[in-house]
Write a protein that binds this ligand. Structure first.
Ligand code: ADP
Ligand code: MG
Length: 322
């Protein structure tokens, strides 16, 4: 079994071309670009809680970074540096090699340097910190939504939650469908290009990690507004389309976590600009609703059906302590 230092040397020490000093010292040294502020986020993945323990370790490494990159996308930031804190029950070199390969492949694709971390024994847990850059006034925040804004969402919703439901035997999917949903769950693709292209176009943004209703709800709370979403307009994959009548699928669409799509608001005058942004970044975007003044101060999300009647949000967002 390798020692802690062998693990670090073999699996976590990589070239860091965009960094003054990377792994190997007491701290890394980074040089922010002139005119940019740093966007910093942390997201933790706990074995057995955020991923099934038997999942492909390469996807674990990918996802640990992907969920953090998604936070950068939601801020309109360009990701640049990451640190990786990891607790392992044992020094399983093969598992670590595969995990680190998944992590590094995605890091290289986005020009992110792994600049440090910590390695310790403990229940399986990966904690990534990501640092990105964005011009201060162009950061996409949760508190910028205004009544009258359109609500948009990238990609398609609910597939990852559908995969979890299938795994927990709450719904039965055809094997090919299950595989495709599982792919979305295990290998999410953060919307970095879209996020950066939405600078100066979107007025607020969030990434959907806890479900559309919950996460759009966060925009509403921070912005002091409410939102109306048309259930019929929600973008679905070919897989989801086959199951969307099932209550489990509807819950996945509205409240399922792990989509890592962007939900953002923009003034109606920016519709053409949003469409151009989407075309340029080859990302599907869909207009799903509208921001309204908060009725009686209630900053909530109302989902309506084709007749304008409220759809029960059968599942609220995921909360670890509920
Ligand atoms: P310290 O004793 O100062 O905490 P460590 O021995 O834990 O230092 O780590 C040595 C170097 O390896 C540091 O630069 C640290 O950032 C880096 N490092 C440790 N674990 C990881 C990891 N999982 N991923 C990336 N870098 C790591
Ligand atoms: Mg240490």
């Amino acid at each position: 079994m390798p020692t802690e230092f062998e693990l670090i040397q073999q699996h976590f020490t990589h070239a860091t071309p965009r960094t003054l000093l990377g792994v190997g010292d007491d701290a890394a040294l980074i040089t922010p670009s002139p005119g940019q502020v740093l966007a910093v986020a942390t997201d933790m993945l706990v074995g057995g809680r955020h991923f099934f323990m038997d999942v492909d370790p390469e996807s674990v490494g990918h996802k640990a970074l992907a969920v953090n990159l998604s936070d950068m996308a939601a801020m309109g930031a360009m990701p640049r540096w990451a640190t990786l804190g990891i607790a392992l029950p044992k020094a399983d070199a093969r598992w670590v090699a595969a995990m680190s390969a998944g992590f590094m492949k995605l890091a290289r694709r986005h020009g992110v340097d792994l600049i440090g971390g910590d390695t310790t024994r403990g229940p399986l847990n990966l904690c990534v910190q990501i640092i990105g850059e964005v011009p201060a006034r162009q950061a996409l925040r949760r508190d910028g939504a205004k009544p009258g804004d359109d609500v948009w969402v990238s990609g398609a919703l609910g597939d990852a939650a559908l995969a979890v439901a299938a795994r927990n035997q709450r719904i039965k999917l055809k094997p090919a469908d299950r595989k495709r949903a599982q792919q979305k769950l295990d290998w999410p693709l953060p919307r970095i290009a879209l996020g950066m292209a939405l600078r100066g176009v979107a007025r607020s943004a969030i990434d959907i990690s806890d479900g559309l209703v919950a996460d759009l709800g966060h925009i509403c709370e921070r912005s002091g507004v409410a939102a109306v979403v048309a259930f019929e307009c929600l973008p679905v994959s070919a897989v989801m389309r086959r199951y969307r009548e099932a209550p489990v699928a509807q819950a996945a669409l509205l409240g399922g976590g792990d989509d890592y799509e962007l939900c953002f608001t923009a003034a109606p005058a920016k519709r053409a600009a949003v469409e151009r942004t989407a075309a340029r970044t080859r990302t599907r975007v869909t207009r799903i609703g509208r921001v309204i003044r908060a009725p009686e101060g209630a900053c909530k999300v109302v989902v309506v059906d084709g007749d304008g009647l409220p759809v029960k949000a059968t599942q609220q967002g995921f909360d670890h302590f509920r």
